[in-house]
Design a protein around this ligand. Structure first.
Ligand code: FAD
Length: 514
């Protein structure tokens, strides 16, 4: 896939990967073998019909391709950019055995971008029913004859079905199948059930979207001023442009989902109070935003950041656009980033774009790095320096308490630890020092503690995670479900989405039984 030249891209925050052209996408899609038993689907936690959407691209039916994707995935532009397909669907592609699996992620991105570019064309098609303007109203006031029209539209143009208020659409589709009294009545009954979703990251958004599609009245409570979770505040613009995140969230709102920002659940009101406000079920998707520290001397010095703080300042508060945004980020000329995951790569590449020289320090070897290979290669290509098998021992400060360097120790690899990776073991008498003026610590995050701590009787695991039934997201409290990083610890976008999807199904079952 074409990418910005490294020499150019290190001076801007624009997206690095430029996406397939129409011709490239069709050519890539044409390589798909359309397997009778497609293993790729087994590798997709949100169960996308991968061969089908690829076939639609091959036949240049891009609107059908995006409609197929959106049946299961409300964030295709996001997933097409940041999902680790190489260890999921693409790993199971039969062509992977020959070394060149179908680029499923890139094709997904192509279809999502195609939809965004063609949104206006579609909107004008839809304007006959003023659907864009009236979407949320229609969710609640659709009349049966109009519902029939919506069904006709949906059948004739799958792309349009993505824009139609889901409650009306699903009931139009059900058309009384589920209710002897007919679709509209069934819909009205469903909408009486209010579901609360806490957290607007990929887990919460997916759960909310799937429930809205089933006709529930869903409200998301988000603590930050802007929705999206890590997609908005963590992953930088050059990897995931924020207009993509905003567009996909807008299309989730179009499903009838209400998003209330600036709502810190556990402080403003508790989970118990939400139940008493009339929510039938609650899904908790509050993520793993609690930074971990090294516990070494000097971590309190000026210009030592957790990756969370560093990235939130850069991405959400747009410090890289200072002075246009009045939120500067104090970064020196010589930055050390500690860690080897995606968060470390993102921090390093942000610091680089802010004009610093950057060194990544990782205590295992290149082989064990948890970062996506593609992002590691991008970082190397951009000129970031890597020290492997080295760990910090002490952060050194000057007389005014500003970072001036780090004391480090060399490591060797021992037998596997609890993570299954070789344990790094310090080598005696191998300490050395390097000069740095900024240190970013990116060694992992833990589940956000506020909901676990403020919800009496909620069962909590070893790392502060909410304990759930993995298949349903059910917690030990009736009507309370959870999924994503808050249950697993820091993981991936797609695993959080998969958990949101499973929980939505279980919440639907739970509500139906009541
Ligand atoms: P989050 O995305 O963390 O969302 C949780 C939301 O809940 C947040 O918006 C938070 O503000 C809100 N919240 C928290 N507490 C409360 C409260 N008390 N009340 C209301 N709201 C609350 N994964 C990949 O697959 N590919 C990548 O390339 C990748 N890169 C990453 C880069 C970075 C910098 C980081 C930090 C993570 C990355 N990940 C990546 C991991 C991935 O982003 C997460 O696994 C995923 O976002 C988890 O989704 P979630 O919905 O569980 O939580």
């Amino acid at each position: 896939m074409p990418r910005q030249d490294p020499k150019v891209r290190i001076k801007n925050f624009n997206e690095v990967a430029l996406g397939y052209s129409r011709e490239q996408a069709v050519r890539e899609a044409s390589r798909c073998l359309q397997c009778k038993k497609p293993f790729c689907i087994e590798g997709c936690p949100v169960e996308i019909d991968i061969p089908k959407f690829i076939k639609e691209i091959k036949n240049s039916n891009f609107s059908q391709a995006i409609a197929t994707l959106k049946e299961k995935n409300n964030l295709p532009g996001v997933c097409g950019r940041v999902c680790p397909q190489e260890s999921q669907c693409e790993k199971l592609c039969i062509l992977a055995k020959k070394g060149q699996p179908i680029s499923i992620g890139r094709l997904e991105r192509f279809a999502a971008d195609w939809e965004m570019k063609n949104d206006e064309v579609v909107a004008s098609e839809v304007s006959r029913l003023s659907l864009r303007a009236k979407r949320s109203n229609l969710t609640r006031t659709v009349i049966p004859s109009e519902a029939r029209n919506l069904k006709e539209i949906a059948t004739s143009s799958p792309l349009l079905s993505c824009f139609i208020p889901p409650a009306s659409l699903c009931e139009a589709k059900r058309g009384g199948e589920n209710s002897k009294k007919g679709g509209l009545l069934a819909m009205t009954a469903k909408l009486k059930q209010k579901i609360a979703v806490i957290g607007s990251g990929p887990a919460g958004l997916t759960c909310a979207a799937d429930l809205a599609k089933l006709g529930y009245a869903v409200t998301i409570f988000e603590s930050l001023h802007s929705p999206g979770g890590v997609l908005a505040y963590g992953i930088p613009e050059f990897r995931l442009p924020k207009n993509i995140v905003k567009e996909e969230i807008a299309s989730i709102k179009d499903l009838g989902v209400e998003i209330k920002t600036g709502m810190v659940v556990g402080k403003l009101f508790s989970v118990k109070e939400l139940f008493s406000q009339g929510f039938t079920a609650i899904f908790v998707g509050v993520g793993a935003g609690l930074p971990q520290f090294l516990g070494i001397e000097g971590e309190w010095l000026n210009r030592v950041y957790s990756a969370n703080e560093f990235l939130i300042r850069a991405n959400l508060m747009k410090s890289y656009l200072f002075p246009e945004y009045e939120t500067p980020l104090n970064v020196g000329r010589n930055v050390a980033v500690i860690g080897g995951g995606n968060v470390a790569m993102d921090s390093a590449r942000v610091a680089l774009r802010m004009g610093s020289k950057v060194t990544v320090i990782y205590r295992r070897s290149e082989e064990e790095m948890p970062a996506r290979k593609e992002e590691y290669e991008n970082a190397r290509e951009e000129g970031i320096k890597f020290y492997f098998l080295v760990a910090p021992v002490k952060i050194l400060g000057d007389k005014n308490n500003w970072v001036k360097g780090m004391e480090l120790i060399k490591m060797k690899l021992g037998p596997p630890d609890s993570s299954g990776r070789p344990r790094p073991i310090p080598i005696k008498n191998s300490r050395f020092s390097l000069n740095f003026d900024t240190v970013v610590i990116a060694i992992g995050q833990r589940p956000n503690p506020l909901i676990p701590e403020s919800t009496a009787e909620l069962k909590i695991g070893r790392i502060g995670n909410i304990m759930v039934n993995e298949e349903t997201g059910e917690t030990n409290i009736k009507g309370l479900f959870a999924g994503g990083d808050i249950t697993t610890g820091a993981a991936t976008v797609i695993s959080a989405m998969g958990a949101g999807k499973k929980a939505a199904r279980a919440i639907d079952k739970y509500c139906q039984k009541r």
